[in-house]
Design a protein around this ligand. Structure first.
Ligand code: BES
Ligand code: ZN
Length: 595
């Protein structure tokens, strides 16, 4: 037995299945998927096959000829779930498993109609990264394994299903008032990129190879916000080579979606909180699009190498942003990331092993290790390498890297070996091994400077001495500039300062969620009552963990906001994604008071 992934029971001595065929019915009442998962075995498969499962009920296992396949479920690990060991007879080509999911599958969120824009139909979406595909289907749930897949998903007639795959038509469902959506995914993907969403959906074309899906109530706003997608695709292709996934479609989800975006191939999932109306938050789209190369083509082998996905993608995101909107804008992106990096370093402590890029998460829930470290420390290492060898050579390296490892999964060490072979000396010049294997941020971190960043920082640092922007000056700031300014203000301010900020900068009414949440973090942490109604509204409506975390944390500072946070949580949390609920609950548990 050889387990190369601490979060999967995939055995590297067994031959991994090649293809997955799903035939599932979506039952909104029971909150279950039920049906069949067929695993097409590797040619000449012999011996046992271990798969990951979590919360699945397996009813039956047979080969393609109907011969029973003996199976046994191992002991339950609270994080990893249960190993499913199958013993297919020699010569079997497929194992077909009849099964159903559990109503509290972590990879699925079932929304009541009132959690949608339309308010009349339920909604379902999946989020499989990092290790939740096993709650949807019995699969080899390690990023080391890639599969092609096809699916037939039966849903209530009024609803539409989309997946991280190409659409392959529809047919009448097996029961009245149902419809079956067919999908085919010809490119092999790791299971964390399996994705499904079902709801009342419409689409708008953005270009010949891109469209956006959303509820009818939001689809036009979404199309407006995302109109620049084809330009982004063009810039990304210029940097990293051809787009390999045919289409780039997107789905804008209801606000309960726990992330900003998820790079599901052919169908990026997006939070509606990026619909600011002025295209100011499309860096999330640039990021998910960039994963089409870094992450989806070249994939981290396990969550211990997650920085390979996210560090490279953040770096790529800022290069694409620079190509689209200039260097000043990209530098503001680095500055905004810097604040996130600092708060993660504070959360873990700068010498925590979780601040290494190459981690060792055995025995740990990867969702608990999630932070800005792989994103912002990782992207800084890539930027450092870029500066060390020069942009021309680094860009050539990136194309070679993607070309060499496309459709494979690699470790940090495989990346390093390729780097040392392709650009000898570069890793030593930047002390890459310190960046990768040691905690904290090395002193040779690249600096990002621009006149606008410098003046915003100076202005914010002068707050205690009474420096204020003139309203006319502030009105000229871009949304990113305002965000940078707010991030650099003190975390707690007296009431009259809060009032000055809100009145001069019109913060509470903002529709840009990054700005709004930054402001509410200050206002909540300052016990400033005029912001409480908006705080309640955001915490009740939005499930994005990036926003819940700072808000619930800031509200822990004062007795009145602690009480408010507890009250809001009690009301809102039944509708949060299970992971969002966990994050908020753990912050509230840490509140220090007697009440
Ligand atoms: N792949 C991530 C989201 C993710 C990571 C989900 C790990 C589950 C486990 C996605 O690409 C991402 O990084 N999203 C960010 C966007 C941001 C960096 C622009 C987010 O959700 O905030
Ligand atoms: Zn990402």
């Amino acid at each position: 037995m050889a387990r190369l992934d601490p979060h999967s029971c995939v055995d590297s001595e067994q031959r991994a299945p090649r293809h997955l065929r799903l035939e599932l019915a979506v039952d909104f009442e029971a909150r279950r998927l039920a049906g069949e998962a067929a695993l097409v075995l590797a040619e000449g498969h012999a011996g046992a096959l271990d798969l990951d499962t979590k919360g699945l009920t397996i009813h039956e296992a047979r080969t393609e000829t109907g011969a029973p396949v003996p199976f046994v479920l191992g002991h339950e690990d609270p994080v990893l779930g249960r190993r499913l060991r199958l013993e297919p007879p020699r010569g079997a080509a497929e194992v077909r498993l009849r099964y159903e999911t559990s109503p509290d599958a972590l990879g699925l969120q079932w929304l009541a109609p009132e959690q949608t824009a339309g308010g009349r139909h339920p909604f379902l979406f999946s989020q499989c990264q990092p290790i939740h595909a096993r709650t949807l289907a019995p699969v080899p749930d390690s990023a080391r394994v890639r599969l092609t897949y096809e699916a037939a998903i039966t849903v209530p007639e009024a609803l539409t299903a989309v997946m991280s795959a190409g659409p392959a038509g529809t047919r009448p469902g097996p029961r009245p008032h149902t419809r079956t959506f067919l999908f085919e995914m010809p490119q092999p993907i790791p299971t964390y990129l399996l994705a499904l969403a079902v709801g009342r959906l419409e689409s708008r074309d953005l270009s010949s190879r891109s469209r956006v899906w959303a509820e009818p109530e939001t689809v036009d706003a979404a199309a407006h916000e995302l109109a620049g997608t084809e330009d982004m695709l063009g810039k990304a292709e210029g940097l990293f080579g051809p787009y390999e996934w045919d289409r780039y479609d997107m789905l804008v989800l209801p606000p309960a979606f726990p992330y900003g975006g998820m790079e599901n191939p052919r169908m990026t999932f997006l939070t509606p909180t990026l619909l600011a109306g002025d295209r100011s938050l499309v860096d999330v789209v640039v990021h998910e699009l960039a994963h089409s190369w870094t992450g989806n083509l070249v994939t981290n082998a396990t969550m211990d190498h997650f920085w390979l996905n996210e560090g490279f993608t953040v770096w790529a995101e800022r290069r694409i942003l620079e190509a689209l909107r200039g260097e000043e804008v990209a530098i503001l992106g680095w500055a905004i990331g810097e604040a996130a990096l600092r708060s993660s370093l504070e959360r873990f402590g700068a010498d925590s092993p979780l601040t290494r890029l190459r981690t060792d998460l055995a025995g740990m829930d990867p969702d608990d290790a999630f932070s800005a470290i792989p994103y912002e420390k990782g992207s800084r290492l890539v930027a450092l390498l870029e500066r060390a060898v020069g942009r021309l050579r680094w860009d050539r390296f990136m194309r070679e890297y993607v070309g060499r490892f496309r459709f494979t999964s690699i470790t940090t060490e495989e990346f390093l070996a390729f780097l040392d072979q392709t650009l000898p000396g570069a890793s030593a010049t930047v002390a890459a091994r310190r960046w990768l294997y040691e905690p904290g941020i090395p002193e040779n971190a690249p600096a990002f400077r621009s006149p606008s960043l410098e003046s915003l920082t100076a202005l914010a640092q002068g707050w205690p001495q009474g420096r204020r922007p003139s309203p006319a000056e502030a009105a000229r700031w871009s949304p990113s500039e305002l965000l940078v300014y707010l991030q650099r203000l003190p975390r707690e301010l007296p009431g009259e300062s809060c009032r000055w900020l809100d009145e001069s900068l019109k913060l509470t009414g903002r529709s840009n969620y990054e700005i709004l949440v930054e402001w509410l973090t200050i206002a909540g942490g300052s016990d400033y009552p005029p912001a409480f109604a908006r705080l309640r509204e955001v915490l009740t409506r939005v499930g994005r963990m990036k926003f819940l975390r700072p808000l619930y944390q800031a509200m822990g500072r004062h007795p009145r906001t602690r009480a408010l946070a507890r009250e809001i949580f009690a009301e809102a949390s039944p509708r949060y994604h299970a992971l969002s609920r966990r994050v908020a609950a753990s912050l509230i548990e840490k509140y220090v008071d007697a009440s």
